[in-house]
Design a protein around this ligand. Structure first.
Ligand SMILES: Cc1ncc(COP(=O)(O)O)c(C=O)c1O
Length: 342
């Protein structure tokens, strides 16, 4: 079987990292207690809480579930979530939060996927008015759905606003590893500003492993029950746990994120001078957004896999993964150059 061309569609087009697969195989020796009572889950939970300085960590299967569970811990039925219009929670979770929780999402248009204190402030209206859903959670993604990264100062300012206004700050950390790698900070530095967040493993070399990390004791008591109601209590949780432990061991999460980010930077540099191709957002993670003509997009997509992000504006997303190589990027850049200079 020949190896197909590397996909630039998403980091979840990639396979699993061999160290993750090895950890799963090792976890498969003999029987173990189910539903998280096994030694792998106990260990992974301890490792995650130590890494983040957290109160608790709950393992789940995917990022949508992590987001829904995370915000569900913070909301009464009449409360609302302020989020970017472009957020995964708003656009790409099929209305899961609205259907499963029934809470309102208060969306805000942004320049670059990032909320600011002013943008959040614009939705802090109608407070105390029984006719209006009451804002309670500010939800951001780090990195954002547009590949941009909040600086620690930007998150700190949002966090300060939340404290002052009695709001919770929840971070969708499907790509938290890429953010820490880009910022050159510790995972704990990002965690310090949040009340709860997800830590994504799947896009970082795992098969299906995410964690909801709680920074506040007050969020703990309902978490196990809500996870079960939301169908995310895995009976063979040891396999999810083993994946996360493998990512934390020897900072595999960082090595994987650095490789993915470096390949996106290489791709951005490679296309910088290509006529008709324009970078759409700063490249601050493992995603490159670019605009080019519909004809060129079509030609490229005949040979390479990637998503058209915005058909109206001709914006595409090219995404790299932990296993994207320099050769993959160079071959793709050469193809883009040949296509766009003809
Ligand atoms: C920003 C963001 N959050 C969360 C997710 C998780 O989604 P899933 O439910 O597919 O694991 C994704 C996946 O694309 C994402 O890009």
């Amino acid at each position: 079987m020949t190896t197909p061309r590397k996909s630039f569609g998403s980091d979840n087009h990639a396979g699993a990292h061999p160290e993750v697969l090895r950890a799963m195989t090792e976890a498969s020796q003999g029987d173990a207690l189910p539903y998280g009572a096994d030694e792998w889950t106990v260990r992974a939970t301890a490792e995650l809480t130590a890494t983040f300085g957290a109160s608790d960590a709950l393992l789940v299967f995917n990022g949508t579930a992590a987001n829904v569970l995370g915000v569900s811990l913070m909301l009464k039925p009449y409360e609302a979530v302020i989020c970017a219009e472009s957020s995964h929670l708003n656009i790409d979770e099929c209305g899961a939060a609205e259907r499963i929780l029934g809470n309102k999402l208060l969306q805000v248009a942004t320049e670059d996927g990032k909320l600011t204190p002013d943008l959040v402030g614009s939705r802090l209206t109608g407070r105390g008015d029984e006719h209006r859903a009451q804002p309670k959670v500010v939800q951001i993604a780090q990195v954002t759905e547009l590949g941009t990264c909040y600086s620690l100062e930007e998150i700190a300012r949002l966090s300060e606003l939340c404290r002052a206004e009695g709001l919770y700050l929840y971070i969708d950390g499907a790509r938290l590893a890429n953010a820490a790698a880009y910022l050159g900070c510790e995972l704990a530095d990002l965690a310090a500003h949040a009340d709860a967040f997800s830590f994504g493993g799947t896009k970082n070399g795992a098969v299906a492993a995410e964690a909801v990390i709680l920074m506040r004791d007050e969020l703990r008591s309902s978490a196990p029950y809500l996870r079960k109601q939301q169908m995310q209590l895995g009976s063979k949780m040891r396999f999810t746990a083993a994946q996360l432990s493998a990512l934390l061991a020897d900072q595999l999460w960082l090595r994987n994120a650095e490789q993915a980010n470096a390949m996106a930077a290489r791709l951005a540099t490679g296309i910088a001078e290509v006529p008709g191709v324009k970078l759409r957002y700063p490249v601050q993670s493992n995603a490159v957004f670019a605009s080019l003509s519909p004809e060129h997009i079509e030609t490229l997509q005949q040979e390479w896999t990637f998503y058209t992000w915005d058909e109206t504006d001709g914006v595409v997303r090219w995404m790299t993964a932990f296993d994207t190589t320099e050769e993959d990027v160079d071959a793709f850049v050469a193809f883009i150059r040949a296509c766009c200079t003809n």
